[in-house]
Ligand binder design. Structure first.
Ligand code: FES
Length: 148
């Protein structure tokens, strides 16, 4: 838990919402009245790559380079100092049920879905979204299912 006091603005950063209850009562009252509470999770971002391989020639992410993309993302996140607690965790996932749009990846906690086609796209996701906080518009998939 970190408490930052910038004069008129106090910021409390906690690792998980359960930590708020561990604050002394007076500080809970002060925080609820006048602090911005930032709840941090163990990882700041999760980056999930569907690496599912389907049989019978069905379209799937793994046949479109998902394992290679995930391997590249893990390597680059380490090189960039992003990997680990407080940073990004790159994980493989099973089928995320967006096979026709794949290969797909999703970044949490924002819930931003991407389709990508190579290492350049993965690098852009790491640089723009994970580091810069701005999703990569050109690679985004719709948040909701499209009609039809
Ligand atoms: S195989 Fe990747 S979403 Fe289904």
């Amino acid at each position: 838990m970190n408490l930052f006091d910038f004069g008129t603005v106090r910021v409390v950063r906690v690792w998980g919402s359960s930590e708020i209850g561990k604050l002394p009562k007076y500080l809970q009252v002060v925080c609820l009245a006048s602090c911005e509470i930032i709840i941090m999770s163990y990882y700041r971002h999760h980056l999930f790559f569907c690496t599912n391989q389907r049989e019978g020639g069905c379209r799937c992410c793994n046949a479109r380079g998902a394992t290679e993309a995930r391997t590249f993302a893990k390597k680059r996140s380490k090189e960039l100092g992003l990997a680990g607690p407080g940073g990004v965790r790159v994980n493989a996932a099973g089928c995320l049920n967006r096979c026709a749009e794949g290969p797909v990846a999703v970044v949490y906690p924002q819930g931003v879905w991407y389709s990508y086609s190579g290492q350049e796209d993965i690098e852009e996701i790491l640089q723009a979204h994970i580091i810069g906080g701005e999703p990569v518009a050109r690679l985004r998939l719709p948040d909701a299912p499209t009609a039809g």
